[in-house]
Design a protein around this ligand. Structure first.
Ligand code: PEP
Ligand code: MN
Length: 336
């Protein structure tokens, strides 16, 4: 059960509501986000919710039977839109394109990618400075100094930054240089990290785990929300299967299903999803038609020389073509 409290509710009214919840035999969790003040009450007993709903200080009340609650569409029908500033808004009503290299490699590379994005009117650049790599001997990113350069060049050109945070201790040093924190597939159920990102209040793009179910993804998002941060987008990036012809299985089934289950924006990453440059375009277009609120993909001026994930990275020509096609596909979808 979710109880939204009136803004600025006096302490005694809140205490009264908490007492009543306890009397029914429910356990209340208090959640205060950027947007509102909630009580999430957990319990099994059937009772008439009007008993709580009529109490002074209650703005809204709903029974939500799923394990995830605050991120559920049953609670909030209105889609979440995440405002990154300067007119960049992610969520229903817009189609967001986020693109950039797998890894940030240096100043020249950042400048060239930024110029490509500006030329194609793309407002958000991706690029990892802390890289989760399968091998400890692979390139693991330029770290915080790379992020500072990334930030400076993007700010000079009106571009927003999305980059991966791998552990709690990095949040503080990164936060002033990031517009969206990415939680990678390998960290999708790192609950300590999710708790801390809830407290940090910056927008988060949460990727689905390598073998993660949608239920697990949604519950991971609930961790972030319940710690105080409503600015979450979910990302389908492919799941592990037995097929060897491509890197992962991009589960586009997830798009309409997630859109029905949650009010959060749903983004698709076709680069990691299929893992092969030649097919990224097809899967990105399929994601648009499946109803995604945005696509995030990898691009580099010379993919063959990229420090990581070159095999799935588009060159600028391919990237420009994809941007144009996705915009056309989105316009078509909107016309249905
Ligand atoms: C990435 O975005 O470069 C990345 C490592 O993604 P994932 O966590 O989905 O593998
Ligand atoms: Mn990558």
């Amino acid at each position: 059960m979710i109880i939204q409290l009136q803004q600025g509710i006096p302490a005694e009214l809140k205490e009264n509501i908490l007492r009543q919840i306890q009397e029914i035999g429910y356990k209340a969790n208090e959640v205060i986000t950027q947007e509102a003040h909630y009580l999430v009450a957990i319990g099994k007993k059937e009772f008439d919710i009007r008993r709580i709903g009529q109490l002074p200080g209650v703005a809204d009340i709903h029974r939500v039977s799923e394990e995830y609650k605050l991120i559920s569409r049953r609670w909030r029908v209105e889609p979440t839109r995440i405002d990154l500033g300067d007119g960049v808004v992610i969520g229903e009503g817009n189609f967001s394109i986020m693109a950039g290299p797998c890894s940030i490699e240096g100043e020249e590379q950042i400048e060239r990618v930024v110029a490509h994005l500006v030329e194609n009117n793309v407002k958000v650049m991706r690029g990892g400075v802390f890289k989760p790599r399968s091998s400890p001997y692979a390139f693991r990113g330029l770290g915080i100094d790379g992020l500072k350069t990334f930030h400076r060049i993007c700010r000079e050109n009106g571009i927003k930054i999305i980059t991966e945070v791998m552990q709690v201790s990095q949040i503080e040093e990164m936060i002033d240089y990031v517009d969206v924190f990415q939680v990678g597939a390998r960290n999708s159920q790192n609950f300590n990290l999710l708790d801390s990102l809830g407290e940090a209040q910056k927008p988060v793009l949460l990727k689905r785990g390598i073998s993660g179910t949608l239920e697990e993804l949604l519950q991971a998002a609930e961790y972030i929300f319940s710690n105080g941060n409503e600015k979450i987008m979910l990302c389908e990036r492919g799941i592990r299967g037995y097929e060897k012809a491509y890197r992962n299985i991009l589960d586009l089934n997830a798009v309409p299903v997630l859109k029905e289950k949650t009010h959060l924006p749903v983004i698709v990453d076709p680069s990691h999803g299929i893992g092969l440059r030649d097919y990224v375009d097809s899967m990105a277009l399929a994601a648009v038609m499946a109803g995604a609120d945005g696509v995030i993909y990898e691009t580099h001026y010379t993919p063959e020389k990229a420090f990581s994930d070159g095999q799935q990275t588009l060159n600028f020509q391919e990237s420009a073509r994809l941007i144009e096609r996705m915009r056309k596909a989105y316009a078509l979808r909107e016309s249905f």
